[in-house]
Ligand binder design. Structure first.
Ligand code: NAD
Length: 497
């Protein structure tokens, strides 16, 4: 059985812990490897390596740091097929989705290649007589990223790409469910020219996370995962005066106004609700048609498309969606479908009994469609994170604005309409962090910034874009005064030697 350990100070290591976690192939249901779960000692060694690498790396000039990012980008592109296969076979998302996962991470690496410009400070000449002010953005030191199973390439790259480009050193604690891609990315970062210790990976669970939180040398933590753990990490980290951003769960809504191009809205909804088996924080698990006529039409148009979804092995190029990540997660999703039925929702299509011939032990689930979800239903309030679309019918535009605005999560929302005025009003008023107008999954590009509101985000600084540079650096402001009167002194203009 293959064992996946850690990557510390430029090398693979098994560390000292014997605790292990099974890594499945979700398509077959087989255990394909085991991850070693780091002990506090293993994490301390990773932090030692990052702390030792920091003084030299933080002094490397920004052009050279950018060059490492350019090299890394080229190496990841060259390794794309290998990374996508590795990712798909541990996560269960299809190969095109796996390539997308790598690609969206690479876009942040491209952004980080601009670090010489992004990290420039500000300067005010003549703020007073002989007084100038300047500010500089300095790296923080050892930084940590704790990442979820559902984007094992993109989210680590979002974090370490910007953090390392800013001159920090990094420890990534990926999900124990799909650890191979983060380990491979660390190898590629070394190959790209980052010195040993600049990027380390420790696999593990709560023990490893707590070790990162408790070590005073870790200056900043970025977390992405479920909300209860996000809140725990935010409060524990902040109590130790660390800089923390912690992104949590989601339940994104797609509003469909009566004037929308229904064919387009339905096609987009199918991709955003069921793509990647619904295991995306920017998936659209709730559709909000406005008016009964729109709702009935939506259900009629969705039904044949949900039934026609091609569910297959993750490595098959033909599959629209693959299996869920683990059997335990599939059970959880199935129990939410039952809860929705018990709460009175209409089960239009039930995906629970789906089984794929030849892969009967795989963690597959068919697309499920539920109608008449209501704000008081727990299955509507909670994140399900599976191939399940709930329809929450709204009578008016006001009700459609209220549903996502009043929901506990506020990651993303979309509106489909031809009416610019209604779209503009919706975008301005809705209490959600990322809004799509005729765009179902409004993930902002790398040079803008990603982050939700309410229980989707704890902390006040978003991922990547200028906010990312702000998160991974601290600002220092210098006020300098030089006497204007230089008469009498030997004033020699320095020359280049
Ligand atoms: P998770 O919360 O189970 O795990 C996330 C990370 O926390 C992993 O590294 C895991 O090992 C660690 N962890 C697990 N239990 C812990 C504990 N008790 N104490 C400390 N650390 C612990 O999340 P997941 O299932 O891997 O990922 C799916 C979740 O992530 C969904 O809720 C999804 O919405 C969310 N997500 C959010 C965003 C966003 O940007 N808001 C993006 C992607 C995923």
């Amino acid at each position: 059985m293959k064992t996946l350990g850690h990557f510390i100070n430029g090398d693979h290591t098994d560390g000292g812990s014997s605790r292990r976690h099974d890594v499945f192939n979700p398509t077959t249901g087989d255990v394909q490897a085991q991850t070693l779960l780091a002990s506090t000692d293993d994490v301390t060694k990773a932090i030692d390596a990052a702390a030792a690498a920091f003084p030299a790396w933080s002094k490397v000039n920004p052009q050279r740091r950018a060059r490492v990012m350019f090299n890394f980008k080229a190496l990841v592109e060259k390794d794309m097929d290998n990374l996508a296969k590795m990712l798909s076979s541990e996560h269960g998302k299809t190969l095109p989705d796996a390539r997308g996962d790598v690609q969206r991470g690479l876009e942040v690496i491209e952004f980080a290649c601009g670090i010489p410009h992004l990290q420039k400070g500000e300067y005010t000449e003549g703020a007073g007589p002989g007084i100038d002010l300047y500010s500089m953005r300095q790296p923080l030191g050892v930084c940590a990223g704790i990442t979820p199973f559902n984007f094992p390439a993109m989210i680590p790259m979002w974090m370490f790409g910007v953090a390392i480009a800013c001159g920090n050193t990094f420890v990534n604690k990926p999900s124990e469910r799909d650890p191979s891609v983060p380990l491979r990315l660390a190898e590629l970062m070394m190959e790209a020219g980052a010195p040993e210790g600049v990027l380390n990976v420790v696999n593990g669970d709560k023990e490893a996370v707590d070790a990162l939180i408790q070590d005073p040398r870790v200056e900043a933590i970025s977390f992405v995962g479920s909300s209860d753990i996000a809140q725990y990490i935010y409060s524990e980290g902040a109590a130790r005066n660390k800089r923390v951003q912690a992104f949590g769960g989601a339940k994104n809504h797609m509003i469909i106004l009566p004037d929308a191009d229904m064919e387009n809205a339905v096609n987009q909804l199918i991709g955003s609700a069921y793509g990647s088996a619904g295991e995306r924080c920017m998936a659209t698990p709730v559709a909000v048609p406005v008016g009964e006529e729109t709702a009935d039409k939506l259900v009629d148009m969705l039904k044949p498309k949900v039934e026609a979804l091609k569910i297959g092995p993750s490595l098959s190029e033909d599959s629209d969606l693959g299996p869920l990540v683990t059997a335990a997660h599939r059970e959880r999703v199935a129990s939410y479908i039952q809860m929705a039925v018990d709460e009175g929702q209409e089960l239009v299509i039930d995906g629970r009994d789906f089984s794929l011939q030849g892969y009967e032990n795989g963690f597959f689930m068919g697309g499920t469609l539920l109608d008449h979800a209501k704000p008081e239903h727990q299955s509507y309030r909670d994140e399900i994170f599976g191939p399940v679309l709930q329809i929450a019918r709204a009578r008016t535009f006001e009700e459609a604005v209220a549903l996502p605005s009043d929901h506990q999560y506020g990651n993303g929302v979309a509106i489909f309409t031809r009416n610019g005025d209604a779209a503009r009003e919706f975008a301005a008023r809705v209490n959600v962090g990322m809004v799509g107008i005729n765009v179902p999954i409004p993930v902002p590009l790398a040079y803008h910034t990603f982050g939700g509101w309410k229980r989707s985000s704890f902390g006040d600084t978003n991922q990547h874009g200028p906010e990312g540079v702000k998160f991974w650096t601290k600002i220092k402001t210098v006020t300098q005064r030089w006497p204007e009167d230089v008469q009498g002194s030997d004033f020699v203009i320095p020359t280049m030697k």
